[in-house]
Design a protein around this ligand. Sequence first.
Ligand SMILES: NS(=O)(=O)/N=C1/NCCS1
Ligand SMILES: [Zn+2]
Length: 260
Amino acid sequence: MDNWGYADHNGPKVWHELFPLANGERQSPIDIVTKAAIYDPSLPPINVDYDPSSVKLIMNSGHTFTVEFDDGEDKSVIRGGPLHGSYRLQQFHFHWGPCDDYGAEHKVDGRDYPAELHIVHWNAEKFSSFVEAAQNPDGLAVLGIFLKVRNLIRIHLLSICLIFLLYQDGKQSSFTNFDPSCLLPDCKEFWTYPGSLTIPPLLESVIWILLKEPIAVSSRQVWTSMQTFHSSCVLRGKFINPLCLFLPLKSCNTPVLLFL
Ligand SMILES: NS(=O)(=O)/N=C1/NCCS1
Ligand SMILES: [Zn+2]
């Protein structure tokens, strides 16, 4: 089943048929039961240090769109929290659903969020490549951020927009000067646990760091920008780099994103 997906015939319920790790000991995603979480005062704060010039391209992977970074040196790294040393930024991507009621991968006390951002890093202090790091229990660190909407229609619009982009399967576009730390909430309190990739091959090599505070998608802005985005795509008929359309605007202490 190379064409794994999220349908009944190739979705998570049958991934174990070709990816036995699906029945492993530290599989992600999980439901964060907040009352069962244990506060560890010895953990330092999370510290991200991203160089905007390290962004390379945005591509449609067929399951999401991924923004990739130059990870040939320690230009953009994350440190702190449960991590020993620095982990190098490799890419970020989103997960969303067919409607605004669910779509994120992790849950919090059984609650679904409409979408989830994953910022992926690998342990370049111990390993020589992402691929090698991904084979080891402390190889990857993924920073997970939940997305919420001020009113539910908005993530649905995001899905519509991104489905449009996903029809451009395999397409990619160059991209310059983007600092993903603008996508983070001001509050960096987190939950952490040892888990896995949430998509095949489901490798159990991820130290998950999930921020407690979700980021907000503005409603008024999205509606306006959706019209602009739709007309520009229809007029040009070519792959539009969606990240050049994110305009993080700080407001009420939460980065407000313009999803188009
Ligand atoms: N969703 S995820 O971040 O756990 N999965 C990934 N697969 C390849 C790089 S990150
Ligand atoms: Zn992911």
